[in-house]
Ligand binder design. Structure first.
Ligand code: NAD
Ligand code: UD1
Length: 337
């Protein structure tokens, strides 16, 4: 297939592009480079021996997306392009609604205008909010912050477009906590400034770029008092997109959880990282982080039964790969010439 990958130079988009190219698909990336670098294209070529087409541009520009779809005879769209920082979404919700919901509307309009009717959308486990675990696809959606609500509303948009257009196939993949990097160490997560997320922070502590990790809360009602999440290796996540690409011959709107189906506590992640890398991670306990939940993980049975997909890699694999990336690229893609 010929696939338009929006946000394809970003963290998950770049790993998925590698997987698509390795499986014989053709890829056209559209990205405005708001949170990524063109160096990613060199790295993808180094890994796969193929260079994806790249067009710099904004998904909010519907006429531009129409031209890209028409000129390239695209079969399907994987729509990653979005903003993803929860705290920033609280401070500037309109920017988040505009880019994330407006971006989804714009991409759908361009698809309808050109007769492209297959889309895979990056959603998030954050759409569920504070609900009984494990989350299944029918767990009620009550997102707790503007970022989560933009994902929830985008899903509604896709469901309504699919209902109004009988040939339209939309798959929303609800990612749990993506971690790790490509095993080559060529591509990985490249956060700006102080990382918000656990694995990049641990990696930077291991690299000596940060003094110690603050473990947010050790008084949760969990086995060791620290919060539990369902960490999924980004290479498993990439494979989930390939599996979903097969599914999108069924018209309608479909959702799948992409997670491991079990969780690890913050302390377990630290131990796994230390064992995988031989590095020591100094840490201290700190107050709970506002908005954090004690524990959640996926019921991933639907993806297994309908897509034939399940995770293959462990948190230890993800730690080793994150460290390979971090130690080889201490500044991410920045300062690379
Ligand atoms: P990322 O920031 O690395 O990638 C997003 C890419 O989209 C970036 O390259 C950015 O430059 C691009 N982009 C942003 N706005 C754009 C616009 N208006 N037009 C064109 N390009 C634009 O993020 P990621 O971690 O790879 O996330 C990819 C998708 O997965 C996002 O939709 C995100 O919300 C979703 N998601 C991410 C996580 C996670 O933990 N990383 C979890 C759940 C869902
Ligand atoms: C966050 C986002 C979520 C997003 C997910 C992607 C919030 C509220 N949620 O989830 O929308 O989909 O990232 O991966 O921001 N932790 C520490 N110390 C740190 C960093 C994190 O102890 O320095 C803990 C957190 O309290 C949490 C766990 O590690 O318990 C995982 O944190 P993080 O990687 O930020 O992911 P989430 O909070 O689950």
């Amino acid at each position: 297939m010929k696939v338009l990958v929006t946000g394809g130079t970003g963290y998950i988009g770049s790993h998925t592009t590698v997987e698509l190219l390795a499986n014989g698909h053709e890829v056209i990336i559209v990205d405005n480079l708001d949170n990524s670098s063109k160096i990613v294209l060199d790295r993808i070529e180094k890994i796969t021996g193929k260079r994806p087409d790249f067009i710099e541009g904004d998904v909010l520009d519907t006429d531009f997306i129409v031209r890209v779809l028409k000129d390239n005879r695209v079969d399907a769209v994987i729509h990653f392009a979005a903003l993803k920082a929860v705290g920033e979404s609280v401070a500037d919700p309109l920017r988040y609604y505009q880019t994330n919901v407006g971006g989804t509307v714009s991409v759908c309009k361009a698809m309808l205008a050109t007769g492209v009717n297959k889309i895979i959308f990056s959603s998030s486990a954050t759409v569920y909010g504070d609900q009984p675990i494990p989350y299944t696809e029918s767990t009620p959606r009550e997102p707790q912050n503007p970022y989560g609500r933009t994902k929830f509303v985008s899903e509604l948009v896709l469901a309504d477009v699919a209902a109004a257009n009988p040939d339209f196939c939309a798959v929303a993949l609800r990612y749990f906590n993506p971690v790790g990097a490509h095993p080559s160490g060529e591509i990985g997560e490249d956060p700006n400034g102080i990382p918000n997320n656990l694995m990049p922070y641990i990696s930077q502590v291991a690299a000596g770029q940060r003094e110690k990790l603050s473990v947010y809360g050790n008084d949760y009602p969990t086995k060791d008092g620290t919060a539990i999440r369902d960490y999924i290796h980004v290479a498993d996540l990439a494979e989930g997109h390939l599996a979903a690409l097969q599914k999108i011959y069924d018209p309608g709107f479909h959702t799948f959880n992409l997670g491991a189906g079990h969780g690890e506590s913050v302390l377990e992640v630290i131990v796994a990282f230390e064992q995988a890398t031989g590095q020591t991670i100094p840490y201290q306990f700190a107050d709970r982080r506002a908005g954090d939940l004690a524990e959640y993980y996926a019921d991933a049975a639907l993806a297994e039964s309908q897509l034939g997909w399940r995770v293959k890699r462990t948190i230890t694999d993800a730690s080793a790969d994150a460290w390979h990336w971090q130690s080889g690229n201490p500044n991410g893609y920045k300062n690379v010439v």
